[in-house]
Design a protein around this ligand. Structure first.
Ligand code: NBY
Length: 795
């Protein structure tokens, strides 16, 4: 530790010519980021040497998204030096928390899928498993959201400005990626070879982010690729005075890693998206193969030493890219290359929503990646032939990789991977029984489940130090090392002093959040009220609209029926994909409700609505520990798993949810008396939609629905969109909010009643915390390790 503080002083002197007394916060921040990074890089050196010596199998985790969250606190925490650094800084007049605030959230993802990838990197590193993540160094991460007059506006997130200090540039490992051009078959003395001509080269520059583990020697790496032009700029054009033209190709090349696609709802057939996908998968595969060859002098044993995990279909071009490298660069035959390929890849599916299952049109795809296209096409031909050969009554309409001139990436992944998994029991069952049922028939045993998990060290240990400290003292077990031991808390279920202490901690976190709310929105919230939280991407299927409808109902009852409910603060935070009009309308609706209530002294005594802008990892870390109620109200069958539900449970919030995704497993873990479940089941949803769902019938047949929607219309003031949303619910309501409304209302009433019995609520909350062990990412990743990857710790 002494050396760490010395290093800070030395860095300030050498880099800025400053003593610590004269340093600015910004300089301290930079010093901490760089020294921590370098310390991890040094640890990494020893770890990687052990790994090389042992020649053991490694995992490469491919994901277009990693939502890493702030790194500095996580790294100091993991290195076990946070409190020393804190003291050292405070002796010198600095507050560590203020230094943490300077670091931007690297917003290299949209939502759950990206955050899951980061939780897994953290958990695997803490358990000393060798994993490398691969993704893109987006110059601009997910947009910054500003709410202006209730509408979402998007602004660029220039995170690298301050975020760059965590990265290590590895100029020695650049690779070239080839786009466009033509492939030609050429007969040589060794047989048929593929010649690739007239292609456009792009360079991939590698940047490494060190991933630390908790109290371990392991340090893994997230490698991020940045695109740049292969030849710099065109000097001839520049000399002729054509300045912008001279840098055109440079700008085009750099556009590949410019921006994270902010869409998590559907994929628009964007050329740039295909280029991004191939750019990072090709760069990563080239590097993996090169390293492997260097270590073993052969690729024959690739599948024994390497697993490549594909996080949803976005990195699926890894598959034809490996085939290409094996055949075109290392002269493998198709059959041999295919044998290696199908033993190397494992694929996780994160959605059954048709609009999020990636498809590319052949016409768009082929010119960009001609060689990759021929390989996919050949994989498909052979697959279709194999299906006919085995004589199974298979439906190629459904299973063919290329169909109606569209390439279906999920089908490519299923055919080419040795393992396909869903992310919760329900989701995995739906994949097997419904979405991919024909594949499940011809590939028995290929489909499995790994229920998602979360990095509890971040979501409890770091986000809620008050609760962590208390549980540590009470339980005398190291639940931060092993979350399953948190179940010892159950022994205290009848201990009123424990229930009171837990309540007091919740109160502290609510006060902290209330301060943040005040500072950021100007709203004063009552910290004795129920903090009712829905935080996640804004999506119709997640049904923020159902939540809003309940608030409108309460408003009406307070105003006109003298209802005096127990005070509640409804907290929302969510980004909408920039092109998703309905999602933006729902944000506007929530903001309008918030405003109307705030203007009404009669109503605001009881309920408040807060929309916190720019939802991101660091904001989630503030909201989650303060939540009493966790809204997980997606239409059953639509949310693959959810992971926010787990983080909220771990921090003592009670789930109000449908039987969807991992809610089902939370229900099984805590028992029916410690959760609030409502709504149609996923089978009932399917049945109803088969019979034909007509929301208008629900409107006509239920007085409470009718009154709520009619009242909603009266709130419209021309600038709000209450009428528009009311029409939408009555005429379309694609996710069946109205069908579930009454049952939702019933559970909401039960919540209100239960909350007032402070002991009962406290016990329920305790049971939730105590049973959250299975939702640790340590458990989830151990399942990947044993059931799918078959790798060992580096010792
Ligand atoms: O993955 C989420 C699921 O909705 C959630 O239920 C699950 O818990 C989580 C982790 O397994 N999926 C998700 O976040 N998906 C995306 O962010 C996403 C991003 C891009 C595209 C589609 C979905 N795309 O089409 O480009």
């Amino acid at each position: 530790m002494d050396s760490f503080t010395k290093a800070i002083k030395r860095y300030l002197e050498k880099r800025f010519g400053n003593s610590i007394e004269d340093a600015s916060e910004r300089q301290i921040y930079q010093a901490l980021m760089v020294i921590t990074r370098d310390k991890l890089a040094e640890k990494r050196y020893h770890y990687i040497n052990k790994l090389k010596e042992s020649e053991q199998k490694r995992v490469y985790y491919m994901s277009m998204e990693f939502l890493v969250g702030k790194t500095l606190r996580n790294n100091l925490y993991n290195l076990g030096i946070e409190s020393e650094v804190k003291n050292f800084l405070s002796e010198n007049g600095f507050v560590l928390d203020k230094i943490y605030d300077i670091e931007p959230d690297p917003g290299l993802g949209n939502g759950g899928l990206g955050r899951l990838a980061s939780c897994y990197m953290d958990a695997l590193t803490s358990q000393e498993y060798p994993i490398t993540g691969f993704s893109i160094l987006y110059e601009f991460g997910i947009f910054k959201q500003v709410i202006s007059n209730g509408w979402q506006q998007e602004f660029p997130d220039n995170w690298l400005d301050l975020g760059k200090y965590g990265l290590i540039y590895r100029s020695d490992e650049e690779v070239e990626i080839k786009f466009y051009g033509e492939t030609k078959e050429q007969w040589t003395s060794d047989g048929l070879r593929i010649k690739y001509e007239d292609y456009t080269p792009i360079i991939a520059e590698p940047y490494d982010l060190m991933i630390s583990g908790y109290e371990t020697d392991a340090v893994n790496v997230l490698r991020l690729w940045k695109s740049k032009a292969s030849g710099g700029f065109n000097m001839r054009l520049f000399e002729q005075g054509e300045y912008s033209k001279s840098v055109e190709s440079k700008a085009i090349a750099e556009s590949i890693s410019k921006l994270l696609y902010p869409a998590d709802d559907n994929n628009k057939g964007k050329e740039l998206r295909i280029k991004q996908q191939y750019f990072f998968t090709s760069a990563s595969l080239q590097q993996i193969v090169k390293m492997h060859y260097k270590a073993y002098n052969t690729l024959d044993n690739l599948a024994e030493k390497v697993v490549i995990h594909i996080n949803d279909t976005h990195p699926s071009l890894c598959i034809p890219e490996l085939m290409r490298i094996l055949m075109d660069e290392y002269e493998y035959s198709w059959d041999k290359a295919w044998e290696i390929t199908i033993k190397t890849f494992a694929y996780t599916n994160h959605t059954i929503m048709a609009e999020a299952l990636e498809k590319w049109s052949v016409d768009l795809f082929r010119p960009i990646l001609p060689r990759i296209y021929t390989i996919i096409s050949e994989i498909n031909n052979r697959f279709c032939k194999w299906c006919k050969d085995i004589g199974a009554s298979v439906d190629l309409e459904e299973m063919s990789i290329i169909h109606n001139d569209m390439i279906r990436m999920a089908n490519l992944c299923i055919v080419s991977s040795y393992s396909v998994n869903g992310v919760s029991k329900l989701h995995s069952d739906i994949l097997k029984k419904d979405t991919f049922k024909s594949f499940n028939r011809i590939y028995p045993g290929k489909f499995t489940n790994v229920t998602n998990g979360i990095a509890h060290r971040r979501w409890l240990g770091q986000a809620n130090p008050e609760l962590t400290k208390y549980l540590n003292e009470l339980l005398e077990v190291d639940f931060i090392k092993d979350l399953s031991s948190i179940e010892n808390l159950l022994e205290y279920k009848s201990d009123e002093s424990v229930i009171n202490n837990l309540e007091n901690i919740k109160k502290i976190k609510k006060v902290q959040l209330a301060e943040y709310i005040k500072k950021n929105t100007g709203l004063t919230v009552d910290t004795n009220s129920i903090f009712d939280v829905q935080i996640k991407r804004l999506h119709e299927y997640k049904r923020q609209l159902l939540n809003a409808l309940h608030i409108i109902y309460l408003y009406k009852e307070i105003k006109y029926n003298a209802l005096k409910p127990y005070p509640r603060t409804f907290i929302f935070s969510a980004k909408a994909s920039s092109g998703y009009v309905m999602a933006k309308n729902i944000i506007k609706l929530i903001c309008s409700i918030s405003e109307i209530i705030e203007m009404d002294p009669e109503v605001r005594k009881y309920i408040k609505v807060v929309f916190l802008e720019d939802y991101r990892v660091s904001l989630a870390e503030k909201i989650i520990p303060a939540a009493d109620v966790s809204e997980q109200i997606s239409q059953a069958g639509k949310e693959a798993s959810g992971t926010g539900n787990m983080k909220l449970m771990l921090n003592g919030a009670l789930t109000l949810g449908t039987m969807d995704g991992a809610n089902v497993e939370i229900y099984n873990a805590v028992g029916k008396d410690n959760i609030f479940i409502f709504g149609l089941s996923s089978e009932e949803v399917s049945d109803l939609s088969e019979r034909g769902y007509r929301s208008e019938e629900f409107y006509q047949n239920s007085s409470v629905i009718k009154e709520t929607i009619d009242f909603m219309r009266t709130l419209d003031n021309g600038d709000s969109n209450f009428n528009y949303m009311a029409d939408y619910l009555v005429s379309r309501d694609p996710y069946m909010c109205l069908a579930d409304f009454e049952s939702y209302l019933e559970q909401q009433k039960l919540i209100e009643k239960t909350y007032q019995d402070r002991i009962k609520w406290g016990q329920m909350s305790l049971v939730n915390i105590a049973n959250s062990g299975i939702f640790s990412a340590d458990r989830a990743t151990s399942e990947y390790v044993k059931e799918i990857w078959n790798i060992k710790k580096v010792k």
